[in-house]
Design a protein around this ligand. Sequence first.
Ligand code: BGC
Length: 662
Amino acid sequence: MHRILAALLLLLAPQLAADEVRIEKLLSEMTLQEKLGQLTMYAPDQPELKDALAKGLVGSVLNTAHVRQANELQSAQLAGSKHRIPILFAYDVLHGYRTIFPIPLAVASSFDPEAAETVGAVSAREAREDAIRWTFAPMVDIARDARWGRMAEGSGEDPYLAGRMAAAYVRGFQSNGLLACAKHFVAYGAAEGGRDYGHAEVTEATLRNVYLPPFRAAVDAGVGSLMSAFNTVGDVPATANRKLLQDVLRSEWGFQGLVVSDWAAVSELVQHGIAATPAEAARKAFDAGVDIDMWDGAFMTLPASARIDEAVRRVLRAKFAAGLFEEPLVREPVVVSTSYRDARHVARRSIVLLKNDGGLLPLSKSRKIALAGPLAESSRDMLGPWHAKGSRATSVRDGLHLAGVETVRPIDADVIVAVFGETHEQSGEAASRTSLALPPDQQRQLESLVELGKPVVLIVMSGRPLAISWAAEHVPSIVQAWFLGSEGGNAIADVLFGDVNPSGKLPVSVPRTAAQAPVYYAHFPTGRPAGHRFTNRYQDIPVGPLYPFGHGLSYTTFEYSDLRVEGDVVSATIRNSGTRAGDEIVQFYVRDVVASVSRPVKELKGFQRVSLRPDQSVRVEFPLTRRELEFWTNGAWVVEPGEFQVWIAPSSEGGLTTKVYR
Ligand code: BGC
């Protein structure tokens, strides 16, 4: 049987077959130490690295600074390795490498998988010039608690949207030869209280229906690797979770790629209290299914086993597929690549117009415009919490200036553009926070600007939704700009002056206060929906989010009409009922009204971006098939016949709805 398969492989994919032969030969010749070296990832500043290079024991290295440094390390490894096995270089290429795109949460606001694919493809091209062949991205963790700072790195609260974006990033990265890594497997975003690295208490149904689907989407898109998470899932740390890493990932999903631990997560199993020593931790993580140990060197203590060959085989396959055996060194480019046009395009699509009373926006350039707020001049913050090798970004001030607008002081002005929010250190990893409000000094400054009695446009820069309840009441126009990357200031100016009609929609619900977290639209029903006193609500704030998931305005208006269900298709007419051309992101939601278990009050099952001229209309169709109706319960994916409710809507609130029987 094996021989027939090998012959078939030789016929269909001769290169692949030849690689397999070389891999088996290497495995038969390598010592245990050499094999364990392949399963160990180093950082350039680790003292152990020098000795490991001299012995040719370095499998992979993360966070090199430059192609020259990578080439130096590579040459040392090749000289030390009897088998000349090259190093695989890895880096967190999250939303750009030199050209920095909007943070992933912002890209998710575009509801545009093609935008994510562009981010991946451009980042891959740039990173490869620095010898990087593996990125620790996309982060596909569902995040429903804005206190968790890493919400910035993912695609928000919804598994369907996050899955579409995950697949697109994977395609983008890998189409240009950068191995992608879906992280952090799994439920990292469910950390209790939004405290980073904390425990995740999730039922199996919630894992299957909410946290696992974006990983599944990445696997189906052919992602080459996955990273195990820091947190515990129930009472088992994710990095030693055989059920998830073996039973679900390998057996059920058929995943063939690499599993890498997060940074030091293997030896941290000691702190988790499931191993007495790093060596015992290494055995537990490895037996559970982790192939590569990031940074802590614990895998160098593993005893010989058949599973070691299996893991090394995967590492060598990735190196052969990357062409590293043939070309281990990378020629330093004369001119490095950048792609600012793409960055501006994606940034424009990532901006969400939350509020625009009286059509204050867009602004005419002939008005006297004041620019205020602590973030107005900041280009470093525009790059977001993690900016790889990106060094330049346009600030909002730069954007206005490049658009030919010189600003005046607030006291002379017709209109004030105020830029408030978070600095780059306030979101991202290890940036959990108990307050989502503007800091007190910013709040005071905003209030005094509003007191001047002139119209204020608030631009919110942040890596998470901020609880801006006061502004929502007192400021006429609010633009959620997130951290938009290298071209942020230009993209904001494009929207402020109407050169671009905003089209982004929120990939997360905006809370009224941090105390309301977690707040997300696809929540479970309750026997006491919010209403009178003894119902599911807080006494001291209105019910629901400040702005719902999927919300986002345009400079034009769209009318939804004529919802129809015909066979397996739900459709509606969308008409541009305003005076400007614009894009609308039409959303499709489903609820299983009566099932054997409670199901969320609604779930996103489709979306489409349509571009319409004034008065133009289009019929938008969504399939209603098994995929849209199924859910996981009691060990299986099921569709339970009966009553369903469907919506075609401009956000997770409102829209057209009807009942359907299936
Ligand atoms: C993060 C990962 C990241 C790794 C390497 C860890 O602290 O959790 O997301 O890929 O560091 O930089």
